[in-house]
Design a protein around this ligand. Structure first.
Ligand SMILES: [Zn+2]
Ligand SMILES: [Zn+2]
Length: 274
């Protein structure tokens, strides 16, 4: 089973971040196990060319122009796949290593899992950490979606013309951003999709959730490396990495985990993740 270079890179950064933040040991340990499960499944999907047709599929310019993501839920073709084992592995991990409670009744039917995954896909919510109650079926259903969305993103995002998309949601899957990078030049931010790990450009100022341009504030962290952007219009916050004076290589899916203390501080003050 060979992980893609991107997935291997995420695991290496995760390992380094774990060493740099020993107090987050439990969190990093959980995500290392989760990513191993998801990346192994994605490698199988790739080998089976499950979403291989997306490699050939043209980027739809009308969707780009009207703000519609490139993939629909049906495009993921989740109906005839071995994802039920993936669900079982993820649910077992959640029950063992998190505060998610095991469901009272027996395992959910595949239709229930698919219905949950569809609801999550459509509502643009992040797959984890969106403040829902810790429900194993819902959380695991969302995490089953991730390998499909990530694979679709790997096929499509490199071919999307960044200047043709100015939206606050992901051009591939429609997900909300969970993290941003502020660059010095040119004058834009990079947003990270909370679901498919896609990265896209967004304007420097303004809220990607409600698109309000005014009533935006940010608070730099003590080290100055990060900023917490808050929008007084919709009450949401966005963690950001300030890379105006640095060009070191960063792995955004791992940065979102390393900065969990910013989430806690923001939520304590009543700001919303999504
Ligand atoms: Zn996405
Ligand atoms: Zn807003």
């Amino acid at each position: 089973m060979r992980f893609s270079p991107q997935d291997q890179n995420i695991l290496e950064h995760l390992c380094r971040a774990g060493a740099a933040h020993p107090h987050l040991d439990t969190l990093f340990h959980f995500y290392e196990q989760l990513f191993q499960i998801q990346f192994a499944f994605k490698a199988r999907l790739r080998e089976d060319r499950h979403l291989g047709y997306l490699e050939e599929k043209d980027i739809d310019p009308e969707r780009l122009a009207s703000g519609i993501p490139q993939v629909s839920f049906d495009d993921l073709r989740m109906e005839a796949s071995p994802w039920i084992d993936l669900y079982g592995d993820i649910a077992a991990l959640l029950i063992r290593d998190t505060e998610c409670l095991a469901p009272d009744n027996r395992e959910p039917q595949p239709e229930t899992i698919l219905a949950q995954a569809l609801e999550i896909f459509t509502s643009k919510v992040p797959l984890v950490g969106s403040g829902q109650p810790a429900d194993v079926t819902r959380t695991a259903s969302g995490l089953v979606l991730a390998p499909y969305l990530q694979l679709a993103c790997e096929h499509l995002m490199p071919r999307i013309t960044q200047s043709a998309w100015h939206r606050g949601h992901c051009p591939v899957c429609g997900g909300a951003p969970s993290f941003a990078v502020v660059h010095a030049e040119p004058d834009f931010r990079t947003l990270l999709c909370s679901r498919c790990n896609g990265e896209w450009r967004f304007r420097r100022m303004g809220c990607p959730f409600c698109m309000e341009r005014d009533h935006q504030t940010y608070y730099p962290t003590e080290s100055g490396d990060y900023r917490l952007y808050v929008c007084e219009a919709c009450r949401r916050y966005l963690k950001s990495l300030d890379m105006q004076e640095s060009d070191s290589e960063r792995c955004l899916p791992v940065e979102t985990l390393s900065t969990v203390s910013m989430d806690l501080a923001a939520r304590e003050k009543g700001w919303l993740f999504f």
